[in-house]
Design a protein around this ligand. Sequence first.
Ligand code: TXA
Ligand code: MG
Length: 311
Amino acid sequence: MLVNIADASVLLKQNKVVAFPTETVYGLGGNALSDDAVQSIFTIKGRPANNPLIIHFNSVAQALNYCELDPRALKLISILWPGPLTIVAIKKKEAKISSFASAGLDTIAVRYPDHAIAQKLLSGLNFPLAAPSANISGSISPTSAVHVSDSFGGSVPVIDGGKANIGLESTIIDLTSQSPVILRYGFITPEVIVKIINQEVNTENNISILKAPGMMDKHYAPSCNLRVNASKAFSDEVVLNFGRSNLEGAFSYNLSPTSNINEAATNLFAFMRQAEKVVLWNKLKGIVIAPIPNIGIGLAINDRISRAAFN
Ligand code: TXA
Ligand code: MG
């Protein structure tokens, strides 16, 4: 069901949930201070209760009411907010964020999205929005309003903001300890962060503890078989090529014919959803993706598709 910003605002004030666009992917938003609203989000998504939600704010000032942002965080956000960077920070003791949203942790993941509709919506509310990606837990994130309806069968109100610009979820950096840890790759690369804070960062691949509970091995997954980094395709597969790769399957698409890695990121989830449908309709074996360069947002693309292909 499509709604406008005013309707969405009324629903959110009643502690109902609404899906809304951001520059990364669509979020399933609810009042982060309300246990009812937050629990509805978990129920609708089928999300495990131990996987905390990102809290979305309308300004740096609002975020500062809820968490402690150290000098490194303040430096990052002075340059990168609003934008696709989520910071895990210590929750303020007096912050009334629902403990379900933070899965009982004393930290919260905070984000100020760079999207006119998201900002207008958040600015009309006197509470932040808890908002995970608006898809069934573990499946492909939505980059359009139609994807949201496809995920929830039209029962969830959604504000249509067109196609998401970036197309992959925000970069997450944990700044709760002395050594920063990238918990999820995104548009903001580790190099950009290192340059701004002038400190090395760890990536989740080289830390042993799983610090972002949602980053389980299998995620972002289509319902069919998926192979990645492929040098050959079979006649019963749907191919997602990149640039000059020219794998031929039953059907072939190209994430970016001009080898533009940002374009490939924007298209990835929409093309995976489309390819999944084509596989099901034509009773094919699965999807195959050509090699994607591991540079810039390519790190995030490879992270997502390798989790999607995980068995
Ligand atoms: O781009 C995005 O970040 C989108 C849009 C809607 O803003 N949201 C999004 O949310 O991707 P979600 O729920 O799909 O991913 C949130 C991730 C999960 O991996 C979760 O474990 C992690 O953030 N997270 C949330 N709170 C955390 C915390 N306190 N400590 C560590 N990780 C946390
Ligand atoms: Mg998600």
